[in-house]
Design a protein around this ligand. Structure first.
Ligand SMILES: Cc1cc2nc3c(=O)[nH]c(=O)nc-3n(C[C@H](O)[C@H](O)[C@H](O)COP(=O)(O)OP(=O)(O)OC[C@H]3O[C@@H](n4cnc5c(N)ncnc54)[C@H](O)[C@@H]3O)c2cc1C
Length: 456
């Protein structure tokens, strides 16, 4: 960046500018996915709205790209780019819970761990991701799927308003009262419209949950999937659940001689009365013989961080995604071909149920484009050693290809990989044309294009 621009920018900031060659640049340029190796021109650690405005204006004056970074979890690495200015929100973690109205304002740099920690003190929560280190920013703007989805809806269904710095550096609030079209677009349209500095959410009464994983033998997977598909259609909405493949880590609840074996499993989360949990889980638990399980009462933030250890920063990530209306025999065949070959302890496939409250919202009421789906599927390749990139990527691609004939067109934008950018329109689904109109209004020059990009 031009020396004068940098010095002007620095004079306008409370946060710091990290440039190539600076101490800390190597660390600051890294994102969660270790496969991403970009060299941005500057990383700005913003401390508030004023810093974000100054950063957006500086990047535009300099004519360089802007990458927005919340929690940094984007698998395609949208939180950084070569020669770009990175608007890093990590230092913006202010949270204010209003227990009376059951709402919360949370700044764009919060992770779900930060968020749940703050709201749990009031016995409240909203739908967020299943890993505590993921950012609220990217996850919310793409839709937001997690343990509470069937009862509380997607994260975007709980997004009440947002403060946004637009492409020209101006600041607006999007709510049901003002800039309604922008709020509509932020509810599923990703980071296409501006930098969201503050999110306001509706909260729900959630304190203790009963949850955790139960594992079954690989050969029982068809029965487990069928039982899940049948039961989840009308299961109580206080039940969140997903099917998964998992190579057993060396944890005490798994028999020692089975460590390293691959299992299928269900992860459950019950937010209703704890004495009902056993009965509610029964149709899933009775699907086959449970080999190991770790299901019990715990605070909601504990379940939200229970699997963090399986996905530490610094892994290689390559993911693909599909939506499905059911788990058909054809899909089960594909899962049985590839699921048992899950290549590492970190890799997995999750089949998230997104029915219940998600289906109460009209398909065009928010930008999230796939409300008719019952499941969001992610094939998440995650492994430590770059030497194994080829085999792991191949596993994800082949698995995805085998599932495609048994799935809907398009996948969840937050689970899509960098080579899925040609599928953006189908991934946004039925709302893509309207999203383009809102994009043309708020970001006609496509300043915010390092994302699952909606062309103005
Ligand atoms: C380990 C792991 C677990 C996950 N679990 C789930 C899950 O349970 N449920 C789920 O739905 N998804 C999940 N995801 C996917 C996740 O939703 C996306 O990776 C999402 O982009 C992460 O958001 P982030 O803020 O951490 O990412 P970042 O890399 O920081 O941001 C990604 C992009 O989102 C946009 N963005 C982020 N913050 C803002 C902001 N404040 N204003 C404007 N744009 C912004 C920008 O375009 C940015 O480039 C998971 C991902 C990982 C790696």
């Amino acid at each position: 960046m031009d020396v004068k621009t940098v010095s002007e920018l620095k004079s306008q900031l409370r946060g710091e500018v990290i440039l190539p060659g600076d101490e800390g640049y190597e660390k600051a340029r890294k994102v969660y996915n270790a496969m991403i190796d970009k060299q941005p021109n500057a990383i700005v650690r913003c401390t508030g709205v004023a810093d974000v405005v100054a950063s957006v204006k500086a990047a535009r004056a300099e004519g360089i790209d802007i990458a927005i970074r919340g929690g940094g979890h984007s698998v395609p690495g949208f939180g950084t780019a070569d020669h770009a200015l990175v608007v890093d929100l990590n230092r913006m973690k202010g949270i204010r819970v209003d227990a009376k109205t059951k709402t919360v304002w949370a700044e764009g740099g919060c992770t779900w761990g930060d968020f749940n920690h703050a709201t749990h003190a009031f016995g409240l929560a909203t739908t967020g991701g299943i890993i505590s280190t993921t950012g609220i920013g990217g996850l919310t703007l793409g839709g937001g799927i997690g343990y509470l989805t069937r009862g509380a809806g997607l994260s975007v269904d709980n997004l009440l308003s947002a403060d946004v710095v637009l492409a020209d550096g101006s600041f607006v609030t999007a709510s049901e009262r003002e800039n309604q079209d922008l709020l509509w677009a932020l509810r599923g349209g990703g980071g296409n419209f501006g930098v969201v500095t503050n999110f306001q959410y509706r909260l729900h009464e959630v304190k203790e949950v009963v949850g955790g994983p139960m594992f079954f033998e690989i050969e029982d997977a068809p029965e487990v999937m069928r039982a899940y598909d049948k039961y989840i259609t009308d299961a109580p909405r206080e039940l969140g659940a997903f099917f998964l493949w998992q190579t057993a880590p060396p944890l005490p609840f798994i028999p020692k001689d089975r460590h390293g074996d691959t299992f299928c499993g269900m992860v459950v989360c019950w937010v209703g009365r704890s004495e009902r949990a056993k009965d509610v889980f029964a149709p899933l638990r009775d699907a086959a013989r449970v080999v190991a399980e770790h299901v019990g009462p715990m605070p909601y933030p504990s379940l939200n961080s229970a699997f963090d250890g399986l996905v530490p920063p610094g892994l290689q990530h390559y993911w693909k995604t599909l939506f499905a209306k059911g788990i058909t025999d054809g899909a089960i065949e594909a899962h049985m071909t590839f699921g048992p070959k899950v290549p590492t302890v970190n890799s997995t496939t999750h089949i998230y149920s997104i029915n219940g409250a998600v289906h109460d919202v009209a398909p065009d009421a928010t930008a999230f484009g796939h409300r008719d789906a019952k499941y969001a599927v992610v094939i998440a390749g995650m492994w430590p050693d770059p030497a194994h990139n080829e085999s792991n990527i191949r596993w994800v691609r082949d698995y995805h290809k085998a599932l495609e004939p048994h799935s809907e067109l398009g996948g969840y934008i937050n689970f899509a990989s960098g080579d899925d950018l040609d599928r953006v329109a189908v991934n946004y689904g039925s709302n893509y044309d309207r999203l383009r109109k809102v994009k043309s209004k708020y970001d006609p020059s496509n300043v915010f294009h390092i994302n699952q990009n909606i062309k103005p």
